[in-house]
Write a protein that binds this ligand. Structure first.
Ligand code: 8YV
Length: 315
């Protein structure tokens, strides 16, 4: 652990465990708690003191902020997504960017399975029915069977593979990825073809310019009125407006989403639809996983502050 108490900016809320670890090492400034005016005032006086930034994958580090911090040495992401950090800019400025690979794969894949079952079996509505006391008066409409469905996975990285392994217990699994993998699942080099051959399409692709709106109106049309979409990666991979339209018009049976294009804001039409199951980006949010993520964030910070190679750098 580094002993010099330089300043770290904390760009979003983090777990109490991680916040305590940061406070042991740094003078922590809770950047997200400062109003924009207060941020500007603070930077005018202290920008040169900041040597580290700790942030979430969904928040990253704005380029305009990175450019204001001449002594910044590391952006430590508490997550695996680095789509909100300009890696070229970081490299040009000698800033290391680190993530927490491997820590959250199981949790994210587990949530994908939970969402598939919740969506097809209509679990949120069924649970609300009991809570409201409606059970004595009415039966729930029948839901849809999960086992035997054809599952398509978009993106077969670590998380996509873990989703595939779990879904294989329910039905046939196929995948689309730019690269064919050595796995026992059918490969589709074309996403439209995969969507057409799937009952449930599960999005597990990393966000980058090439995957932006990869799930568009055409892919949703190929999935069809009996098809379901599940997204546990990033909102940007799905054209949310096209998805909303397809659900509203009944051209898609349903969608379960943990991530959104403009988090934490979710379009009203998605929130009010009875074809959606929505969760607030909780795929990695378990006590165990957030602790493992925090340990890796701290290890990355300690290494960089000690002038060593961090365990999990992406830049
Ligand atoms: C977290 C994530 O919600 O790993 C990622 O990229 O988006 C999630 O695990 C987030 O980063 C928590 O800080």
């Amino acid at each position: 652990m580094t002993t010099d108490r330089s300043t770290a900016l904390q760009l979003c809320p983090l777990s109490p465990y991680l916040e305590a670890g940061l406070a042991e090492r740094f003078n922590v400034v809770r950047w997200f708690d400062l109003a924009p005016g207060a941020q500007a005032d603070w930077l005018a006086e202290h920008a040169g003191e900041v040597r580290a930034a700790a942030t979430g994958g969904h928040i990253g580090c704005p380029s305009a902020l990175m450019e204001r911090l001449p002594a910044l040495r590391i952006v430590a992401i508490n997550g695996v997504g680095f789509d909100k950090v300009d890696l070229d800019l970081a490299r040009a400025r000698g800033v290391r960017v680190t993530t927490t690979p491997g820590t959250l794969t199981e949790d994210v894949a587990d949530l994908a399975i939970g969402l598939v079952i919740a969506l097809l079996r209509d679990l949120p509505a069924a649970a609300a029915h009991v809570r409201r006391g409606d059970w004595p008066d009415a039966e729930r409409p029948l839901a849809r069977k999960v086992s035997g469905r054809r599952f398509g996975i978009l993106g077969l990285g670590h998380i996509g593979l873990a989703v595939a392994q779990r879904l294989a217990a329910f039905g046939p699994v196929a995948y689309y990825d730019p690269h064919r993998k050595d796995v026992p699942y059918d490969y589709f080099p074309d996403l439209l073809a995969l969507a057409g051959a799937s009952d449930v399409l599960c999005v597990a692709a990393a966000a980058n310019p090439a995957t932006r709106h990869l799930v568009d109106a055409d892919v949703l049309a190929a999935l069809g009125p009996d098809g379901y979409l599940v997204n546990i990666s990033r909102g940007s991979v799905v054209d949310e407006a096209a998805l909303t339209e397809a659900l509203t018009a009944g051209r898609l049976a349903g969608a379960a989403l943990d991530v959104f294009e403009n988090e934490p804001h979710v379009p009203a039409a998605l929130r009010s639809s009875d074809r959606t199951v929505l969760t607030p980006h909780i795929a990695s949010a378990t006590v165990e996983t957030r602790r493992a993520m925090a340990d890796m964030v701290l290890a990355n910070l300690d290494a960089v502050m000690a002038g060593q190679e961090p365990p999990a750098a992406v830049a």
